[in-house]
Design a protein around this ligand. Sequence first.
Ligand code: GLU
Length: 486
Amino acid sequence: MKDIRVRFAPSPTGHLHIGTSRTVLFNWLFARSQNGVFILRIEDTDRSRSTVEYERSIIEDISWLGLNWDEGPEVGGKYGPYYQSQRGELYKKAADELLKKGLAYRCYCTEIELEERREEAIKQGVMPKYDGQCRNLTSEDEKSLISEGRKPTIRFRVPKRKIVVHDLVKGDVEFDSNIIGDFILIRSDGMASFNFAVVVDDAAMKITHVIRGEDHLANTARHILLFEALGYPIPKFAHNSMTLGPDHAKLSKRHGATSIGEYRRQGFLSSALVNCLALLGWSLGDGREIFTLQELVQVFSIDRISKSPAIFDIEKFKWINGQHIRKLSIKELTYLVLPYLEEAGYINAKPTAKKVAWIEKVVEAVQTNLVVLSDIKESSKLFFEDKPEYSKDALEVLKEEQVPKVFEVLKKVLAKANEIDIEKAKIILKEVAGELKSHGIKGKGVYHPIRVALTGALSGPELFYVISVFGKEKCLERIEEAIKLV
Ligand code: GLU
C-alpha cells in the first residue's frame, strides 16, 4: 500500500471531548500501526467561533494523551501551513479553476433573500436547498448585480448523479446528489467553506485515509464530488459511529462525559483514557480490555471498528483507570499524586527527599484503593492527621473486653522493634496474633482494636502498611491514646 497519511482536523471552537478524542486516537493508531504519517491540521476558517484558547487546549490535550503528530502546528512539515486560516490562496486558486471549467459559479443572492426562499420552500413542503437562481447568469446580469453593491459567493454546480461512499466502517453508503443544493465554496467575505477547505487540504496534504465521525458522512458525498471536479485522487473514508451514553442517549455531562482537560484534572491517567477511548467502537474480539498505547498500536485495525454506536460508560472508565493506576510503579504514582496532596494541604509545594520517601510508603499503602488520582486525598488522609478521627463504630470496638490485652501485647512486641518496613510489620502482626491466640483472642478480636487505635476506623489499608508508614513511635503513641478511650 502506498504511504499512509492521515490527519486529525479539529475546529478550535471548543475543548476536546470523548468523541473527538476517539477520532484523534484512531487516526494516530492507524498511522502508527501502518508506519504512516499523522498530521494535525487546525480548521479555523470559522473566524467568529475559533479561538486561540481552544486551539491551545486541544493541542495540550492531544499531547497529554501521548498522540504525537509528524506534521502540523509546532513541528511544521512540507505541506504546511497547517492552519486553514493561512491557506486562503490555495482555496482561491482551486475555486478559480472550478469557475474556469464552469463547475462553479458566482452567486449574488443575499442572506436575507436566501432565508426568505428557504422559509417559503418549507411552507410549500419542499426540502429547502439552494434553488439555483444564479446558476446561469450572463456577464451582463453579473455586472448589474455587482453595481447593486452585492458581494458574490462561489457555489459548486452540483451534478445530478448518485454518489457512493465506499466506507471502511459503514460499507457502501449511497447518496443522491438531488438532495444536495449547489453549496458554497467561497463565502462572500472570501473565506473558504468547511467542505471546500477540507477537500483542497486533504488533496494538497496527500491524505490517503480520512477517519472521522459519522456526523461528517453526509458531507463526504459533497467531498467526493469536489475531489472529482478538481481531478484529485479520492482518499479512503472511515466514519466512526456516534458515541452514546449507557442509556443510548446522546452523550452529555449527565453521563459523566466531560472535556479531556477536566478528566485530567480529576485525576484520570492518559493511559487509561486512551484505553477507554480505544474500546469505544473497537475491540480485539477476545474480551481483552486493558491495553497500553503501545499494545494498541500492535493490535489496532480499522476492520475491527464497529458499525453500531459506541457506548461510553463512566463507571467502566473509572474501573479501567483503577487498573492503570495499579500498573504504575510507586515512584511514578507518587509523582502523579503530589499535586493532589499539596492541594489538600497535606504537604507543601517542595517536599524534601525524606518526605517524598515517606509519601512513597503512603502511596504504596493506598494504591489499590485509588480509582482516580484525586482519591489520594481521602485515602491517605489518615496518614497526615495528627490524631485519628474515631468513627462511632470504631469507638464501640474499644469497649470489647479483650481490648486491653490486645494493646498490652501489641505494645510489648512493638517496643522490641527498631526500623519497621512492610516485612517487619507483617512479622510484628504475626507475633501479636500468635501470642493472643494462646489467650483465646483471634481474628477480628485482634485486628479490629489495632486498626481502630492506629487509624480510628474499621476499614482502610492493610494493617502492615499502616504500621510501616507510621513507624514504631507513632504507633505506640496512638495505642496510648486509644487506651485512654477504653
Ligand atoms: N473540522 C472538522 C470538525 O472539527 C473535522 C473535519 C474532518 O475531519 O474532515 O468536525
